[in-house]
Design a protein around this ligand. Structure first.
Ligand code: FAD
Length: 632
């Protein structure tokens, strides 16, 4: 029997980004004991890297903004595939969540009259992103950590122990969720440093593990984004939705190769930066799709006037939703009008003074200076699409964040539904505050309602330990495989065959390759021992990446239309019949299964927030039968 440290908690939160920390605060405020487990250092998560800001319709810069406008923008951005209830809760609750952060000690940038400043971002009708320069995520995490410390100080006073109610387990990776009778009973993990195992016995788990970007070669994501939460949920019996929708952010660095994919914030365009091709042309005017016709400026003059007068001008098409801009860049490069390193130009130097650029975009200035030797106050940046965010994720109840598995909750990027087929920039930080809180509440209510806690069985613990250790004990026959080789083949496959533009034949090739990789994973061998062994860690992560990549590829093959972050070259149009469908992924002994299921129809008063003429572009005729704007 393997040696395993055992600990009891009411709630285990897996992930210490914004969603996880907000869930911790809520569950602790309900009096529960909470373990927060994170794969990397506490405070190092994607949330900390978020640059542009947090979307909330506070109306501080333009008083016309309100939750209904934010709701409409979010649904449009997601091409009406969003879970409308999540989008409603998000739009209504985001302002309170931002104000609440200030009560925890956050300090956002201010308007001249002292209110929280808000900036423009793609797809948002009004300036809406509360921000701290281009380091907003850092302030979010700093503040929530500070709140957690203050709760721990209260616990010290009351119980004599700082960690009586909240304990952080940093550099600790969860590899399996354990259940009894289909209900959550615990989570199995290992310490990265020692390789020793730890078992959290708890009736509720909140997954807040972020994204899946490390399955793709060019990505803005850092090493820990291997789809662990998605895979843990699937293996525990939960479902994933919308996995075909992967966001390729239009502006990642393209040069030098060592930094390819690193994000260039949309804040650059929000603050006046424009995209140009090798001929110096602002090409985005050519790429306004039919569904957005009339909503965006049609000349450079109008687009430029919009930055200072939004009442009488339409916004620049440089700020179309990300899927549109990424496809436009892809087309320009394909047409031979790209920059020398296969991107296009993003020019802020000719639009703001050097002083304004370094004040508003300090991280971008340093990023380009240090990594690419480019001075963005004097010359344009070279940028191109990079895999950035997954709209797909764990299927949850919008109000409680519970999955289909009793005791399992999910929030933030690893959950699905909120953003539909494409997320608007800034809507992730607000999503994780709104639904992180709801997941903490949901988990607390669930735990309080239990009469008896499910128990972890010894056989499940032994199986989890065996699974984790298997790369040290490969089969004697067959070729021995190296995790780094498999990872690089997986990344290349996903990038080339299930990337920004997809075709049935290529996705089928990807599925064949994924099958091959699955069969090779049993032959993985890692050198050395369990103490800080990155090869072993990658071998464990690979199992998750392969499972999640298969969901992405199978769903991408099934959805025969183009919508948001899913572009099918062989089905280039949006199809209203597909808007009603969610592709639901589950696993069984036979592998991944993907089934179409009908979306819940939107509540009539929400549907009526949209003009009939706009809805017609997305909905089938029978879905709109009762809309008051219908004339015939
Ligand atoms: P994360 O913040 O990603 O945290 C995930 C946590 O889970 C980490 O602590 C990780 O260690 C842990 N974890 C993962 N797997 C395991 C495991 N197996 N065991 C234990 N722990 C695990 N969004 C915006 O709204 N505005 C922006 O301006 C913006 N800018 C961005 C800039 C960059 C460079 C990037 C990469 C993203 C940006 N985003 C932005 C997106 C946004 O930051 C993320 O979607 C969001 O922060 C995700 O938050 P989260 O809480 O869901 O997860």
């Amino acid at each position: 029997m393997t040696e395993v440290e055992r600990l009891d908690y009411d709630v285990v939160v897996i992930g210490a980004g914004g969603a996880g920390l907000r869930a911790v605060i809520e569950a602790r405020q309900r009096g529960l004991s909470v373990a927060v487990v994170c794969k990397s250092l506490f405070g190092k998560a994607h949330t900390v890297m978020a640059e542009g800001g947090c979307a909330a319709s506070m109306g501080n810069v333009n008083s016309n903004d309100n939750w209904q406008v934010h709701y409409r923008d979010t649904m449009r951005g997601g091409k009406f595939l969003n879970n409308w209830r999540m989008a409603e809760l998000h739009a209504k609750e985001a302002p309170d969540r931002v104000w609440e952060l200030e009560t925890y000690g956050a300090l956002f940038d201010r308007t001249p009259d002292g209110r929280i400043s808000q900036r423009n971002f793609g797809g948002h009708t009004y300036p809406r992103l509360a921000h701290v320069g281009d380091r907003t995520g850092l302030e979010l995490i700093r503040t929530m950590q500070q709140k957690i410390v203050s709760l721990q100080q209260e616990d010290k006073e009351q119980y004599g122990d700082y960690e009586a109610k909240i304990k952080v387990f940093a550099e600790c990776t969860v590899t399996e969720l354990l259940t009894e009778g289909g209900r959550i009973a615990g989570a199995f993990a290992y310490w990265r440093e020692t390789g020793r195992f730890i078992l959290f016995q708890a009736p509720a788990v909140v997954l807040a593990t972020g994204g899946i970007g490390k399955s793709f070669k060019v990505t803005s994501n850092s090493w820990e984004y291997t789809g662990d939460g998605h895979a843990l949920a699937l293996r525990a019996g939960a479902t994933l939705i919308n996995m075909e929708f992967v966001q390729f952010h239009p502006t990642g660095m393209v040069w030098p190769p060592s930094v390819k994919g690193i994000l260039v914030t949309e804040g650059v365009r929000g603050d006046g930066g424009v995209l140009k091709n090798s001929e110096g042309k602002r090409f985005m005017f050519e790429y306004v799709p039919d569904v957005f016709k009339g909503q965006y400026a049609e000349s450079e003059d109008e687009a430029d006037r919009w930055y200072t007068d939004q009442e009488s001008n339409r916004r620049t098409p440089d700020l179309l939703p990300r899927d549109e801009v990424a496809r436009a860049i892809n087309s320009e490069v394909k047409a031979g009008r790209g920059s020398p390193h296969g991107g296009v130009y993003l020019d802020i130097a000719s639009r703001l003074t050097a002083e304004e650029i370094t004040k508003r975009l300090p991280s971008m200035y340093h990023q380009f200076k240090e990594l690419a030797d480019v001075d963005i106050t004097a010359e344009p940046m070279e940028v191109g699409p990079t895999c950035h965010y997954v709209m797909g994720g764990i299927e949850v109840d919008p109000d409680t964040a519970s999955s289909r598995v009793p005791g399992l909750f999910a929030a933030g990027e690893c959950s699905g539904g909120m953003h539909g087929s494409n997320r608007l920039g800034g809507n992730s930080l607000s999503d994780l505050l709104v639904f992180g809180r709801r997941a903490g509440l949901g988990a607390a209510s669930y735990v309080e309602s239990l009469e008896k806690r499910p128990q972890v069985s010894q056989s499940d613990v032994d199986a989890a330990a065996r699974g984790a250790l298997s790369p040290f004990d490969p089969p004697e026959q067959g070729v021995q495989e190296n995790p780094y080789t498999l990872h690089s083949e997986l990344q290349q496959t996903m990038n080339d065959l299930v990337g920004i533009i997809r075709k049935a034949g290529e996705i089928e090739q990807a599925l064949v390759k994924l099958d091959e990789l699955k069969s090779r994973i049993g032959n993985l061998v890692v050198e050395g021992h369990r103490q800080f062994n990155p090869g072993w860690h990658l071998a464990i992560d690979l199992r998750n990446m392969l499972l999640v990549s298969e969901c992405v590829a199978r769903a991408a093959l099934m959805r025969t239309e183009s919508r948001g972050g899913h572009t099918r070259d062989d089905h280039p149009m949006m199809d209203s019949h597909w808007r009603k469908k969610l592709l639901v992924c589950s696993t069984s002994a036979d592998g991944v299964e993907v089934k179409p299921e009908d979306q819940q129809p939107m509540r009539p008063e929400l549907l009526e927030l949209f003009e009939f003429g706009e809805l017609e572009k997305y909905y089938t005729e029978d879905e709109l039968a009762g809309h008051p704007g219908r004339t015939a």
